[in-house]
Design a protein around this ligand. Structure first.
Ligand code: TYM
Length: 330
């Protein structure tokens, strides 16, 4: 049986990069694979300095946004990582057997650690906790964006190493599930869309706020005047059309850009219409959930119960295989 697991940090608002790279796929997959698990990974969000009140707010907002996006608690378990203590328990177990060099080579560690004077050990151990998140549920498929592929490679190494020592075949080797929109660029068109770079469009932003961000967004840099023909292949706005607009519109955009029949603003107006069409129902559901917070809390409580049942069973077997099972009088 295929088991799907994925996670998202509550380190800011849910943005269209997260949505197109991962969340939209979670929503499709929950239909095909009942018993999928989706986690707000709050322990991952405390590896740097943070404000406690803001974290509390963001954990809440993330759960609400995921439900509003279409995670259905009757099909999938949605839960907070910190509600299932077995994540950190299994993470410690993997840490004991993890070469530090492999962790130091992770791109995300190098990027973040490079800007810090004192590096928290949690930042280095982050991908070990990520492996524990996945393997705790013995999940074999992980819908993520492209930036998580290296972490998943490490998760496979961890599973392989533990299996070789304690139980061949016990943990599956989890594979990423990528979408055609696996790497959404920011509105500057230069770097990956990312909460920390401030180049995002939030999933719950108003139509007008979205337009204010789209209007100045980078397009084909060679196209200076409206009369210059453009190259959609190098235009970030065209990539977003492919994600949000119907096929016929994408074809029309392609032609009208190459022939300069449309200027970039015309093209962005059409994109705005299709984006808003997809995002408005999400925003409406998010508002309904804000008015009825018990629905969010109930979904999280149910999700955590389901997750804990699986997690406890995995840990029972892990401990038994490692000589850590409850002692008995012989
Ligand atoms: P996070 O919180 O940064 O991002 C959540 C998901 O969104 C995807 N994503 C993107 N996809 C395409 N284009 C983008 N610009 C973009 N930005 C973000 C990410 O690839 C991810 O799928 N380490 C993880 C969280 C995590 C996790 C896990 C994921 C912890 N444990 C276990 C899967 C399984 C992270 O920081 O994702």
């Amino acid at each position: 049986m295929t088991r799907i697991f994925s996670g998202i940090q509550p380190s800011g608002e849910l943005h269209i990069g997260n949505y197109l790279g991962a969340i939209r796929n979670w929503i499709t997959l929950q239909q095909q694979h009942t018993g999928s698990l989706f986690c707000v990974v709050d322990y991952h969000a405390i590896t740097g300095n943070y404000d406690t009140d803001l974290l509390r707010q963001r954990r809440w907002d993330m759960a609400r946004s995921l439900l509003a996006s279409g995670i259905d608690p009757s099909k999938a378990a949605l839960f907070m990582q910190s509600d299932v203590p077995e994540h950190t328990e299994l993470s410690w177990i993997f840490t004991t057997n993890q070469p530090i060099g492999d962790l130091e080579r992770q791109t995300q560690f190098k990027d973040k650690a490079g800007t810090m004077e004192s590096i928290p050990a949690g930042l280095l151990m982050y991908p070990v906790l990520q492996a524990a998140d996945i393997l705790l549920y013995r999940a074999d498929r992980v819908p993520v964006g492209e930036d998580q592929v290296q972490h998943l490679e490490l998760s496979r190494d961890i599973a392989r190493r533990w299996n070789a020592r304690f139980g061949e075949g016990f943990f599956p080797e989890p594979q990423p599930l990528l979408t055609p929109t696996r790497r959404i660029m920011g509105l500057d068109g230069k770097a990956k869309m990312s909460k920390s770079l401030g180049n995002t469009i939030g999933l719950l932003e108003s139509d007008d706020d979205i337009w204010q961000k789209l209007r100045p967004a980078a397009t084909d840099p060679q196209r200076v005047r409206k009369s210059d023909p453009g190259n959609p292949d190098v235009c970030n706005i065209f990539q977003l059309h492919k994600a949000f607009s119907p096929e016929a519109t994408v074809a029309e955009v392609d032609t009208n850009c190459r022939t300069a029949a449309w200027g970039c603003i015309d093209c962005k107006k059409v994109l705005h219409t299709h984006m808003v069409a997809e995002l408005t129902p999400i925003r409406t559901r998010a508002q309904l959930l804000a008015d009825e917070p018990s629905r969010v809390l109930d979904a999280l409580a149910d999700g955590a119960r389901t997750a804990r049942t699986i997690a406890q069973e995995t840990m029972r077997e892990v401990k038994q295989r490692m000589g850590l099972d409850p002692l008995k009088v012989s």
